[in-house]
Design a binder for this molecule. Structure first.
Ligand code: NAD
Length: 295
């Protein structure tokens, strides 16, 4: 299949690689010419603009940083919607607010293009390994078309409902993740300060009612889980800046829905303070450092 892929960053590049590996012909566009050249070596075709990439594509995929980029890549003069043919399926995999996802999809629908949202979880490791989870918002028909292609980049492809529901699923999950990481940090730091061996404490939590992903897979205390970023200086995981962005999306969406997100707002402020300290590039589990005396 000829696929246009726009946005070839930490996530988009490995996803595009998997599609090339699966035998698709890719039209590639990004502002970063180095990554374009790298992917062209693997057989991708470099396009001049999102419009150019989309013009002869049978499917368009985008993976961009935030809502402003999604608006400009789709609605701009040389954007996807200026080039895409009516009837072509389109999916945006960026994490953005549900409202923008719906608005851009409505603009696409006005010219006969069915566009859905499919944000992912699984991080850069999952993107490289082709084991991402895709949370898809869009029509049944669009989901049926997208499913086999998304399955070449991911393991769980879930239809969440109509357009925007993929983004809703993603931001609600990350709201909970941001909060649970703060909770586990507090519990681990308190236990340490009171004098229990943190490995014993983690063992108890992980076989008791406090157990969660932030405690049993990604524990923020160094040395508890060997494969977690906490055990390698909080490098190479899910950056605190990205968590801050996702909590911002959740609190903004909550405001629009007149829905309280009390703990989410507190968590957002904690990650904001972490970012101000210059630690936004660290893995988000380094939030625990705010609860420990520096060594
Ligand atoms: P990134 O910043 O590494 O990549 C974004 C790419 O988009 C860059 O290569 C950039 O040059 C390109 N870009 C920006 N504006 C453009 C434009 N106008 N035209 C063409 N290309 C443009 O970001 P990422 O880590 O790949 O994340 C992408 C999305 O996935 C984000 O919404 C992020 O929240 C989400 N996400 C990231 C992770 C992660 O672990 N990195 C995990 C899950 C979801």
């Amino acid at each position: 299949m000829r696929i246009a892929f726009v946005g070839l960053g930490n996530m988009g590049a490995p996803m595009a690689r998997n599609l090339i590996k699966a035998g698709h012909s890719l039209n590639l566009f990004d502002l970063n010419t180095t990554i374009l050249a790298e992917l062209a070596e693997l057989g991708g075709h470099i396009s001049d603009s999102p419009r150019d990439a989309a013009s002869n594509a049978e499917l368009v995929i985008t993976m961009l940083p935030a809502a402003a980029h999604v608006r400009s890549v789709y609605l701009g003069e040389n954007g996807v919607l200026a080039g895409v043919r009516a009837g072509t399926p389109v999916v945006d995999c960026s994490t953005i607010d549900p409202q923008t996802a719906r608005e851009v999809s409505a603009a696409a629908a006005r010219q006969g293009v069915d566009m859905g949202d499919a944000p992912v979880s699984g991080g850069t490791g999952g993107a490289a390994a082709g084991t991402l989870t895709f949370m898809v918002g869009g029509s049944e028909a669009l989901f049926a078309t997208l499913q086999p292609v998304l399955a070449q980049m991911g393991r769980n492809i879930v239809h969440c409902g109509e357009v925007g529901t993929g983004q809703i699923a993603k931001i609600c999950n990350n709201l909970l993740l941001g909060i649970s990481m703060v909770g586990v940090s507090e519990a681990m730091a308190l236990g340490n300060a009171l004098g229990i061996d943190t490995k014993v404490l983690a063992g108890i939590i992980n076989s008791s009612t406090g157990r969660c992903w932030s405690s049993d897979t990604y524990n923020p205390w160094p040395g508890i889980i060997e494969t977690a970023p906490a055990s390698r200086g909080y490098t190479g995981g899910f950056g605190a800046e990205l968590m801050l962005k996702d909590l911002g999306l959740a609190t903004e969406a909550a405001k629009q829905a007149h829905q309280p997100v009390i703990l989410g707002a507190v968590a957002q402020q904690l990650y904001q303070a972490m970012s101000l300290r210059g630690d936004g590039g660290k893995d988000f589990s380094a939030i625990v450092e705010g609860y420990r005396k520096p060594e």
